[in-house]
Write a new protein. Structure first.
Ligand code: UD1
Ligand code: CA
Length: 468
């Protein structure tokens, strides 16, 4: 992706994201930008979009729950490390932007200023805004939208000639001004020097006693600068989230889009599209069938022709082709190969891995374990820190007793083993190839290959194999 400056814009590009507020209208103890949309904090959405512009720097203004907001931004951006500037007290959006002064006042750049609570804006829209800013030679370009119901937004007042006059916040607006449908999206382009010079002049002389960033354009205009308005058609894209009701609306919108895309482009069947929850980052292959109440979260990847039955949840996991997940399973950070079956009521977690044709059934929990090709564990079992070979059968009620009170210990079960029902495998322990444990055995010592053991504690009953 080409780095800005583009051909029309010679100055460097920096992004400044305002994310220090608490978000009073959320009625939450959690900072607004940490609330999740599509499984990721709002701030993560804005950071991802910012990164797509390949700017010189991404600066995030943090205040409320700064540490968590920083962590969320860093996690999203990874290598492209954002910088953080702190706004100690939340005295308004103008004060927040001013927190970037020491980092950016002398940057001599074009600053794209974003709000941490406007998560759906697309990089293409921002590129168009940047181009308009360069073309118009304004010192500030404001992204505006027209809303049927502009309540709560700053209104954009134009003069008789249709040029920018000022932005007036809802609370400070006259009745006439409140009729205006064109509103400030809270997204702007500024020339860095101009922005910080004007920020020195703003006063908290408004109904909230705050320093309003929205006063900056009028100040620049008074100083004789051109202010450009860039009206964007898709109002949803640049709407902010201020309440939980709006958050839920956005969630719905994103979800519907994701599911529609998966149906129309990827060839996935949703039995009830209104009752399936799929992260926009998830990948689902052709001819998969997703039943009602299913959640597919994070970076989950499903191959082709999988069936995910009612009420299952798959998080950051990878499924091969033709995998069946029966009703009500939870699968987290795990990997399931082709032609496996899981559930109903199974739990795979912490890098559980199933190789081809393995089966994990009713009420089985698998943690940090590998289950070999064709191996079955059908009922009421806990497999933790275990490595299990091929074509082995794990009887009902088997438990790997992996925890000795201090450490987690490994269990190894080799190929072609039959673990009898209700066997306790006291780890660390190994069961050799082709061996059998009797029902109710408590296996405290390694079992050699081709050996039948039984009892409490389990003892060798006979050698198997040749004599058979
Ligand atoms: C702001 C605009 C309004 C615009 C709307 C669009 C102002 C005064 N008003 O209103 O014109 O229509 O966005 O969504 O700018 N923040 C801080 N520190 C603060 C205050 C806010 O970092 O002291 C951050 C918030 O975390 C948030 C962003 O700035 O991410 C916007 O603040 P918010 O209070 O939501 O502004 P609005 O009232 O929505
Ligand atoms: Ca807002």
């Amino acid at each position: 992706m080409p780095q800005y400056p583009s051909s029309t814009n010679k100055s460097a590009l920096d992004v400044l994201i305002l994310a220090a507020g608490l978000g009073t209208r959320m009625k939450s103890n959690v900072a607004k930008v940490l609330h999740k949309l599509d499984g990721r904090p709002l701030i993560a959405h804005v950071c991802r979009t910012a990164a797509k512009l390949a700017p010189r720097g991404i600066y995030v203004v943090v205040g409320h729950q700064a540490e968590q907001v920083q962590a969320a931004a860093e996690q999203e951006l990874g290598e492209q490390k954002p910088s953080f500037v702190s706004q100690k007290q939340q005295r308004g959006t103008g004060d927040a932007a001013n927190a970037g002064r020491s980092a950016l006042a002398k940057a001599n750049s074009t600053i794209v200023l974003l709000s941490g609570d406007v998560p759906l804006v697309r990089a293409e829209t921002l590129r168009a805004l940047i181009d308009e800013h360069a073309r118009s030679r304004a010192s500030c370009t404001i992204l505006t939208i027209r809303l049927e119901n502009p309540t709560g937004y700053g209104r954009v007042v134009r003069d008789a000639g249709g040029n920018f006059s000022k932005i007036v916040e809802q609370r400070d607006a006259t009745d006439d001004e409140r009729q205006i449908r064109e509103v400030n999206s809270g997204i702007y382009c500024f020339d860095s020097g101009k922005l910080f010079a004007a920020l020195e002049k703003i006063q908290p002389t408004n109904s909230q006693g705050e320093y309003y960033l929205t006063d900056v354009p009028a100040i620049l205009k008074e100083d004789g600068d051109a202010i450009a308005l860039y009206q964007h058609a898709d109002s949803r894209e640049v709407s902010g989230i201020n309440t939980r009701a709006e958050l839920a609306e956005f969630e719905n919108l994103v979800r519907r889009r994701t599911i529609r895309r998966l149906m129309l482009e990827a060839g996935v069947t949703f039995v009830d599209p209104s009752n399936a929850y799929v992260s926009s980052d998830a990948k689902i292959g052709r001819d998969c069938i997703v039943h009602p109440g299913v959640h597919i979260e994070g970076n989950a990847v499903l191959g082709e022709a999988c069936e995910i039955q009612q009420g299952s949840r798959i998080v950051n996991s990878r499924l091969g082709d033709r995998v069946t997940i029966k009703d009500h399973c939870l699968i987290v950070d795990s990997e399931i190969s082709d032609d496996c079956a899981v559930g109903p009521f199974a739990h795979l977690r912490m890098n559980a891995r199933m190789e081809e044709r393995a089966v994990v059934g009713n009420f089985v929990e698998v943690k940090k374990s590998k289950i070999g090709r064709g191996t079955k564990s059908m009922h009421l079992t806990y497999l933790g820190d275990a490595t299990i070979g091929e074509n082995t059968n794990i009887g009902a009620g088997t438990v790997t007793c992996n925890y000795d009170g201090k450490n987690k210990n490994p269990t190894i079960i080799e190929d072609n083993v039959r673990i009898g029902s209700d066997t306790m495998l006291v780890a660390p322990v190994r069961v050799g190839e082709g061996s059998i444990t009797g029902a109710g055995s408590v296996v405290t010592e390694d079992v050699p290959p081709q050996t039948l053991v039984a009892g409490v504690p389990a003892r060798v009953k006979k050698k198997l194999g040749e004599s058979k």
